[in-house]
Design a protein around this ligand. Structure first.
Ligand SMILES: [Zn+2]
Length: 226
């Protein structure tokens, strides 16, 4: 049985040897762990939108399946927005859409209602912690788990990777999510920095409704990461 509450998820990660890489606006720890040997890792991130708890659970579900020595090293950050997750709300405690707060060239202060990007790129501690993690070891590629669109969106040179993941889970690969995403994680690392970036959009609802497809997607992502 997977942990269900934010506190239970946090306790599970601490027990698995996850380290605090920063703190949220409300002081909750951001927990991440590196797996595997030397070299630039694949970054796996979930829960940057607090109303997408299945994205956290999909990464927690992956951990017991990780091989002792993954083919590529990994950084796993399952819950990038712990304040939002605790409140069951998409945005951070400062009502920032953290997936608009990255230092992409597309960052702009103008926004649709509910998509406040913050006053400046990396103004928010949660996004800064992600950026510091990326700067620490570099990354070879990144995968952010979201919901609820049931597709495999990609940025940067990640088309073949996306197609492999899409084939494994049955959700379509998409080069365009259908709306602009200024200041997003994918715009920053994929579009601007030319890294392969996948946005794995799970279907709506709890992980139990699509656990095996999500597992197939993540397993394929690890095997086929460029
Ligand atoms: Zn999302």
């Amino acid at each position: 049985m997977l942990p269900r509450t934010p506190d239970q998820r946090k306790a599970a990660l601490a027990a698995l040897g996850f380290d605090e890489i920063g703190r949220s606006t409300e002081g909750r720890p951001l927990l991440a762990r590196r797996f595997g040997g030397a070299g630039a890792p694949l970054l796996l991130m979930g829960g940057i939108h607090g109303d997408e708890p299945a994205s956290v659970d999909a990464l927690l579900d992956l951990l017991p399946r990780l091989p002792p020595a993954p083919r590529v090293p990994l950084w796993v950050l399952p819950a990038a927005n712990p304040d939002g997750l605790a409140a069951g709300r998409k945005n951070s405690a400062r009502d920032v859409d953290l997936n608009r707060n990255f230092p992409a060239r597309s960052f702009r202060p103008q926004h649709q209602p509910g998509y406040f990007p913050g006053p400046a790129p990396l103004s928010e501690p949660e996004a800064r912690a992600v950026a510091e993690l990326v700067a620490r070891d570099g990354v070879r590629a990144a995968l952010a788990v979201h919901a609820p669109f049931a597709c495999v969106n990609y940025d940067g040179p990640a088309r073949d990777w996306a197609l492999a993941v899409a084939e494994a889970c049955g959700w379509p690969a998409r080069g365009d999510i259908g709306y602009p995403t200024p200041g997003s994680f994918g715009s920053w690392l994929g579009v601007d920095r030319g890294l392969p970036v996948l946005t794995l959009e799970l279907p709506p609802g709890p992980l139990d409704g699509f656990r095996s497809a999500a597992a197939a997607a993540l397993d394929a992502a690890l095997i086929r990461v460029p």
